[in-house]
Ligand binder design. Structure first.
Ligand code: B12
Ligand code: SF4
Length: 518
């Protein structure tokens, strides 16, 4: 049977990275079936095009996964495919949290023939077998232990994802027309992929707005160091062979949740030479350990994603995140910056203690820290979170099923101390101030002691990053962005050219010396 795994686009921009679930389920599919992957964020297709694709390729089963924010799109795609006679199964966080919706048991229309609840590593092969026999059940869920809890996959052994042979072209971040030129740069930039890797699952912290503790459970499971390193080495070999670049996103919710384990993993990575540039999510409280941060730097980290949420401790207490202390943020970021690692700092607007002016107050403070890439979202009540329950009980949900009429940057509940409109304006203000050409120049200038390549990649990240969260800009907008940021671009380019010339000169001078020695 031919299976299509499909991830709907998020309706805003292309993702910078493919979704791990697709590769994982592909690897867990019994070998007699063929699996095709399409990520709507990378390969845009209309619904009729997708239906035609399934007809042309004789697809026997379609699997769709979605986060809450793109589930309405997922349902539309599922509806079109089912109307055309294809069997559709769905999985992922949203259908796990709202299973009745996908199955049409809540009074609405049915969107899926079957759903997988929770982690599907073990149920997916069963679903495929049932689908091949034409005997799909409605619901597939993990086995439960005697205490009634889901039995979670222990990740040892971990499925082999054949990164070295997978066709990743739809996910390269280098536009095709630039590939020939870019492949000649340095070690080669003809292709650039960000690849998701997990080293463990689960987070015990239970922040009020987060679905992770509920979904993956509070017991943490890790892969063996050997299996992570083996995967990294295969990716490194592929990058070299293709004259491209591969960066890794460790998608664990909190890579340092067990510091001892992470130190061991990083030491093993260093010893095995399994070093690629990487990004990971780590909470601020775990980044004050100097030994750990040294290892993080030595093992290739470039960016750390930190869920800072708010600079107001009252807000942090409201969402059960007091383990993360705003008073320590500056120290943590300075510690990372000393090692040429910068942070993607994530903030939430519209928390209960936020008032008008929160954007300026927050950005004022951020600007006193080592520069990073701040991102600003809004407090969102995802289904099955403690936050959702609290707001529902308090009658504060303005759009209880906000995902069915998804509206970017429009809060689904009433913030306590400002309006929904205020929250939207504050969010936009925070973004525009943080990425204005003046701020970009200031940020790059504030790290003038850092190596030129670090500063160039910081500026490139600043110019591109906004595009992940806001609709992709057209050619004109890109030209304007470049023109507006010309001061930073020209000054770094001049320095880059001088450094390159000096490097070439040194190299020329070194050659005879080496020959004499021989
Ligand atoms: C990596 C990641 C991202 C990446 C993008 C996604 C990507 N390209 O991988 C980035 C950093 C960009 C991102 C952004 C956001 N993210 Co995010 N992200 C994650 C993260 C950390 C890992 C996802 C992952 O790969 N997990 C590991 C895989 C193995 O698990 P899985 O995806 O759940 O898949 C398993 C099962 O669900 C199931 N399954 C999944 N799909 C399917 C489909 C079928 C057919 C079947 C049978 C089974 C199945 O099988 C898999 C194996 O067991 C998760 C948290 C987490 N730990 O999952 C949050 C998470 C998915 N993100 C979340 C959110 C809210 C966001 C943002 C909206 C945040 C924001 N405010 O900006 C944005 C939205 C981005 C956008 N524009 O689309 C929430 C989603 C909650 C929800 N109910 O929707 C999560 C769960 C985190 C949380 N705090 O609650 N994210
Ligand atoms: S630390 Fe991160 S992953 Fe863990 S519960 Fe809090 S927000 Fe979720």
């Amino acid at each position: 049977m031919k299976i299509l795994l499909y991830n709907p686009d998020n309706g805003i921009t292309r993702n910078f990275m493919p979704h791990l679930w697709m590769f994982l389920l592909q690897s867990l599919t019994p070998p007699e079936h063929e699996v095709i992957l399409i990520d709507g964020n990378a390969k845009a297709m209309t619904r009729p095009e997708l239906v035609q694709f399934c007809k042309d390729n004789d697809i026997g089963l379609v699997g769709i996964g979605a986060m809450t924010r793109m589930v309405a799109r997922a349902y539309l795609v599922a509806d079109s495919l089912r109307e055309a006679g294809f069997k559709v199964v769905m999985g992922g966080p949203h259908v796990t949290e709202c299973p009745d919706e996908a199955l049409g048991r809540d009074g609405g229309p049915r969107h899926a023939d079957a759903i997988a609840l929770g982690e599907a590593d073990e149920t997916w092969p069963l679903m495929v077998a049932d689908a091949a026999r034409g005997e799909l059940k409605d619901v597939y869920m993990p086995e439960v232990d005697p205490k009634g809890n889901d039995k979670k996959p222990n990740l040892q052994p971990y499925p082999h994802i054949p990164w070295e042979t997978l066709d990743l072209d739809q996910f390269s971040l280098v536009p095709k027309i630039f590939q020939p030129v870019m492949s000649k740069f340095g070690e080669g930039w003809g292709k650039f992929f960000v690849v998701p890797i997990e080293t463990g699952r689960g987070c015990p912290y239970g922040c009020e707005f987060c679905t992770v503790t509920g979904f993956f459970g509070d017991s943490i499971r890790f892969r063996s160091n050997e299996s992570v390193i083996e995967e990294l080495l295969r990716l490194k070999a592929r990058a070299k062979k293709e004259k491209g670049q591969i960066a890794v996103f460790f998608i664990d919710d909190n890579l340092a949740i067990n510091k001892k384990r992470l130190k061991g993993l990083l030491r093993d990575m260093i010893a095995a030479g399994a070093i690629l540039p990487w990004v990971a999510q780590i909470s601020a409280n775990l980044l004050e350990d100097e030994e750990l941060v040294d290892l993080i730097a030595e093992a290739g980290a470039r960016w750390i994603f930190i869920g800072m949420e708010s600079i107001d401790p009252v807000n942090m207490a409201d969402v059960n995140k007091t383990f993360s202390k705003p008073a320590n943020y500056q120290r943590v970021l300075d510690g990372l910056a000393r090692r040429n690692i910068y942070a993607i700092t994530s903030f939430i607007v519209g928390m209960d203690n936020d008032t008008v002016g929160v954007a300026n107050r927050t950005v004022d403070e951020i600007e006193t820290w080592a520069p990073g890439l701040p991102v600003f979202g809004q407090l969102t009540p995802f289904p099955a979170t403690p936050l959702y329950d609290r707001l529902e009980k308090a009658g504060r949900l303005d759009r209880p099923k906000h995902w069915l009429d998804f509206a970017p940057f429009v809060m689904a509940h009433d913030p306590l101390k400002m309006s929904i409109e205020d929250a939207k304006k504050e969010t936009f203000d925070a973004w525009s101030r943080s990425y204005s050409p003046e701020r970009n120049f200031e940020a790059i200038n504030s790290i003038r002691h850092a190596p030129i390549d670090t500063r160039v990649s910081h500026l490139v990240a600043r110019l591109f990053f906004r595009g992940i969260y806001f609709p992709q800009m057209g050619k004109r907008a890109w030209l304007k962005l470049i023109f507006d940021n010309r001061r930073s671009i020209i000054s770094l380019s001049r320095e880059g050219i001088t450094t390159w010339r000096q490097f070439r000169k040194r190299k020329r001078l070194e050659v005879p010396a080496v020959q004499t020695n021989l």
